[in-house]
Design a protein around this ligand. Structure first.
Ligand code: PMP
Length: 301
């Protein structure tokens, strides 16, 4: 059975509490309608182990605030308070030689159908191995990302992950580690927890948000890195057949990081991934503090 880590502490109700005491009532909208918005934030040890830092903290806070506005969830926590909360949890859980992935979630703990809503910012953090992702096999799901007027992908809400979960289950049965969800027009939207980067003829391509994907912070970072590396980067729709004949493919996200795709459906991709290797090398050097880049904003703990 796949078990979730149970770290000693959780941030809840403005303070650190023990894992077993982090409880939400069964009558809350967070539970009965799955009303919550969240973020995933990665923390990296510097290459020499001398410092630990969170990547793109401000960007994640800003996106959480946008998700809260769109989902009518009051979010009164200011950035400094949010940073303090994240840092306090990191300090309580940090261990040498393990990175952390933080999940700040804004839960609707009181209220009914969006009236008189009260929220609580809960932050959990999980230890991560300090290694780069292995190449993965990816399928194309029969499940679709809904339209912006259905279940908006721009909102990082729990509800969006119901479709992702169906796709993951579908993929697992076929031996795929992750699945790419098409939008209603059959074009690429995103994967279950990351966005898609395709390389064709030396250009990096990623679908714009209107194709049904989250506004990815990792993709924004990659776009900026590409500019510096003089690699052309386009935001444009990607058709299914284009995906199947891509020169190089990669899933990009905070938790996924830059995960090279080895196989898409039944097609093996070339082992040689020169464009993705160049981008990844720059990304890793920056997040581990070996190189500075304005796109890679680190908040030291
Ligand atoms: N799409 C989905 C559905 C995701 O869950 C994520 C991870 N947050 C992403 C894309 C990538 O976003 P980011 O690069 O900001 O982590």
């Amino acid at each position: 059975m796949t078990k979730l880590q149970k770290p000693q502490f959780v941030y809840m109700n403005g303070r650190l509490v023990a894992w077993d005491d982090a409880k939400i009532h069964i009558s809350s909208e967070a539970l009965i309608r799955g009303i919550s918005v969240f973020e995933g934030i990665k923390g990296y040890w510097r290459h020499d182990g001398a410092q630990f830092a969170l990547l793109a903290l401000r960007e994640h806070y800003d996106r959480l605030a946008r998700s809260a506005i769109l989902n009518h969830l009051p979010f009164t926590v200011i950035f400094e308070e949010f940073r303090g909360a994240c840092l306090s949890l990191v300090r309580a859980l940090l261990t040498k030689e393990q990175d952390l992935w933080l999940r700040p979630t804004l839960f609707a703990v009181e209220g009914h159908w969006g009236a008189d809503t009260v929220t609580d910012l809960v932050i959990t953090a999980y230890h991560q191995e300090m290694k780069k992702p292995e190449p993965i096999d990816v399928g194309i799901a029969t499940w679709q990302r809904p339209l912006d007027v259905g279940l908006p992908a721009r909102i990082k809400s729990a509800a969006n992950y119901q479709v992702g979960r169906l796709a993951r289950i579908e993929g697992r049965r076929q031996g795929f580690a992750d699945m790419i969800l098409p939008n209603q027009w059959g074009r690429v939207a995103e994967a279950t927890g990351s966005c898609v980067l395709m390389v064709r003829n030396g250009r990096v391509v990623s679908p714009p948000a209107y194709e049904g994907c989250l506004e990815s912070i990792t993709v924004n970072i990659v776009e900026e890195l590409c500019r510096g590396l003089r690699i052309p980067f386009d935001r444009r729709p990607i058709e299914r057949t284009e995906l199947l004949v891509a020169d190089e493919l990669c899933l990009a996200g905070t938790l996924m990081e830059l995960g090279v795709v080895r196989r898409i459906e039944s097609r093996e991709l070339a082992k040689h991934t020169p464009v993705l290797d160049t981008i990844s090398e720059q990304f890793w050097a920056c997040v581990r503090g070996m190189r500075d880049h304005p796109a890679v904003r680190l908040t030291a703990v």
